[in-house]
Design a protein around this ligand. Structure first.
Ligand code: ATP
Ligand code: MG
Length: 341
């Protein structure tokens, strides 16, 4: 069986470091591993519209932002097909048939759908399209016969079978800079991949730590301490040698913090140095692609054409299985002849 990856992102904003550790970085590693026969990366604009029907312009603008983020982290259009969901109408058609295979209560029980409905304050006015997005996700995955779907942990309830989660626990669901459970475009607690140097620094310096760690001499707690979670997600032993040689590794730094005598500022400066080093080349590559926007436009256009070819083949197979292939072969006419002999 061919090994096929499908994954994607909603064009509701630029991508942030939560996307990076949760999904983009592993995706690029998988792409470069050469172990996959096909890699499809979807900009999920149709899904974004399910809770942004009033903001179509926002979704339209962010198509290109997400594409630029993809290219700048190292997704390579020669190895990965980048396409836009709404341009593949086969996906919508598949969803319509799949809706017959799932009950309302099954979707209602989905913990991510529940949490997202609450987060968006939909209460009794949930758009039907939003409610059914896990079904549309099943269409996206099966349309391309994907065997593997690299995503963050919030997608686990949708993807029982072919999920690839990050191996590092801190990357499963990176918290926001405000300490809230998830860095999320909709919550405004993000460090964006395209943020300029001074903004990254300002965000790091105002990050949530341990509210009871008032004096440097106080023992500090790591529990819910966002700065340490980010270090878990980003730092390596080499970073200590480069930026903080007083310590060998993160365990030593953590132990000192917990003992007392290590100030937040020192830890934040260390984190800032690591993030700047990781994000600078990404930001620079983005600028190059920004100055070559026709190239990016064409990547998307060609990606859509490739994706449509694959999805239309699958839709044909599904329609045949659902007995909807009236004019694709001789069968239906033969049946008619037998019945009306
Ligand atoms: P929105 O608020 O519009 O839903 P989002 O920030 O949640 O946006 P998505 O486009 O829904 O982003 O998610 C894209 C991918 O990134 C998914 O695989 C998701 O699991 C992953 N992801 C999103 N946020 C995080 C995070 N904070 N940590 C790890 N992975 C994340
Ligand atoms: Mg989301």
């Amino acid at each position: 069986m061919p090994k096929i990856i499908l994954t994607g992102d909603r064009p509701t904003g630029k991508l942030h470091i939560g996307h990076y550790v949760g999904s983009l970085r592993p995706r690029v590693q998988l792409q470069n591993s050469g172990e996959f026969d096909k890699i499809l990366i979807m900009i999920a604009d149709a899904q974004a519209l399910t809770d942004n029907a009033d903001h179509p312009e926002k979704v339209r603008q962010n198509i290109i932002e997400v594409a630029l983020d993809y290219l700048s982290v190292g997704l390579d259009p020669k190895k990965s097909t980048i396409f836009i969901q709404s341009q593949i109408s086969e996906l919508t058609e598949l969803s319509f048939y799949y809706m017959n295979l799932v009950t309302v209560s099954r979707v209602q029980r989905n913990p991510t759908v529940k949490a997202e409905i609450q987060m968006r304050n939909f209460e009794a006015s949930i758009p039907v399209g939003f409610f059914t997005y896990p079904i549309s996700q099943a269409s996206d995955i099966t349309a391309f016969k994907a065997t593997d779907v690299p995503v963050g942990e919030d997608q686990k309830p949708m993807l029982e079978q072919n999920i690839i989660l990050p191996k590092n626990d801190a990357c499963l669901r990176l918290p926001g800079t405000d300490g809230k459970a998830k860095m999320s475009k909709s919550l405004g607690n993000c460090i964006y991949l395209s943020d300029p140097e001074n903004e990254i620094k300002a965000k790091v310096m105002s990050m949530f730590t341990d509210p009871n760690h008032l004096k440097i001499t106080d023992p500090g707690s790591l529990e819910g301490n966002t700065v340490f979670t980010y270090l878990d997600a980003f730092c390596t032993d080499e970073d200590f040698a480069k930026y903080l040689p007083d310590y060998k590794n993160l365990d030593e730094l953590k132990a000192h913090y917990q003992r007392g005598g290590l100030g937040d500022m020192k830890v934040k400066k260390f984190l800032n140095a690591i993030l700047q080093a990781e994000l600078e080349p990404i930001r620079n590559r983005r600028k190059e692609y920004e100055s070559n926007i026709d190239f990016v436009y064409n990547i998307l256009k060609e990606g859509c054409e490739k994706a449509r070819e694959i999805a239309s083949q699958t839709l044909k197979e599904v329609k045949a299985a659902m007995k909807l292939d009236y004019f694709d072969n001789e069968e239906f006419l033969k049946e008619l002849h037998t019945r009306f002999k």
